[in-house]
Design a protein around this ligand. Structure first.
Ligand code: SAM
Length: 220
């Protein structure tokens, strides 16, 4: 996914592929996200269709595998899709009798498009996922090509795990690039991995996995 957002320059100047300079043209601090994009840039990019390629054939496998995993593992799941964009996962969930789906995203332009998919069990909200506090628990939380936009992805996953029911799962997908390649190993060291799969096509390579927070074992 970051295919559309390359990080270039020295020292660390951030641009989108269309040459837009990020608002934060500075040397990143240790806690800065791997890829930095401010909300105005997200809105502008969604507005001019820069992310519409996420609907094309090359992206089908990751959405399809995530929906299949949920359908296989959970009966009547409740799903929180963090940084859901235009809600492109939702059509893949139509074969699953999910109880509830909530997609949140910081871009109001993306959420406006996503809202076309709303129904009595499917809802979208504009929220900054960095600070979002869920008012309900979920059986499945999804970070689909979004974790590397957050300051501390491992901490973020841990924070969201507090909104999971016991035996709940987290599904991640990470497009591999120079900036993101360390992320999945870092998550693997703090979580149990139930299943993982590498998807590869002419667009690139995605690592996708079902993870669960490691169980805290009371020391004897
Ligand atoms: C590459 S897109 C992926 C969209 C969607 N998950 C998908 O796979 O179709 C990354 C998304 O992260 C969202 N995002 C970035 N930072 C965010 C934040 N702090 N809170 C919520 N959403 C955020 C962007 O608005 C964008 O929609």
């Amino acid at each position: 996914m970051p295919a559309n957002l390359r990080v270039m320059g020295s020292p660390k100047t951030y641009f989108t592929s269309k040459g837009e300079k990020s608002a934060r043209n500075v040397t990143p601090k240790k806690e800065d996200p791997m890829l930095q994009v401010d909300v105005e840039t997200w809105n502008r990019q969604y507005g001019r269709g820069a992310w519409s390629y996420l609907s094309d054939l090359k992206e089908v496998p990751r959405y399809a595998i995530q929906a299949s995993w949920i359908g296989h593992l959970q009966n009547k799941p409740s799903i929180l899709d963090v940084a859901c964009g235009e809600g492109l996962l939702v059509p893949y969930l139509r074969f699953i009798e999910y109880e509830r789906y909530l997609g949140i995203d910081i871009s109001e332009v993306a959420i406006r498009a996503a809202k076309m998919k709303e129904d009595d069990r499917t809802q979208f909200l504009v929220e900054d996922a960095q600070h979002y506090v869920a008012s309900a628990k979920y059986t499945c939380i999804i970070f689909n090509e979004s974790l590397y936009y957050f300051r501390n992805p491992v901490e973020l996953v841990r924070h969201y795990c507090s909104f999971l029911w016991e035996e709940g799962i987290v599904i991640i997908s990470v497009f591999l690039s120079a900036e993101t390649k360390g992320l999945v190993p870092r998550l693997r060291s703090t979580c149990d991995v139930l299943e993982e799969l590498t998807i590869s096509n002419s667009r690139g390579v995605w690592e996708t996995a079902i993870i669960r927070p490691k169980k805290f074992v009371v020391p004897r």
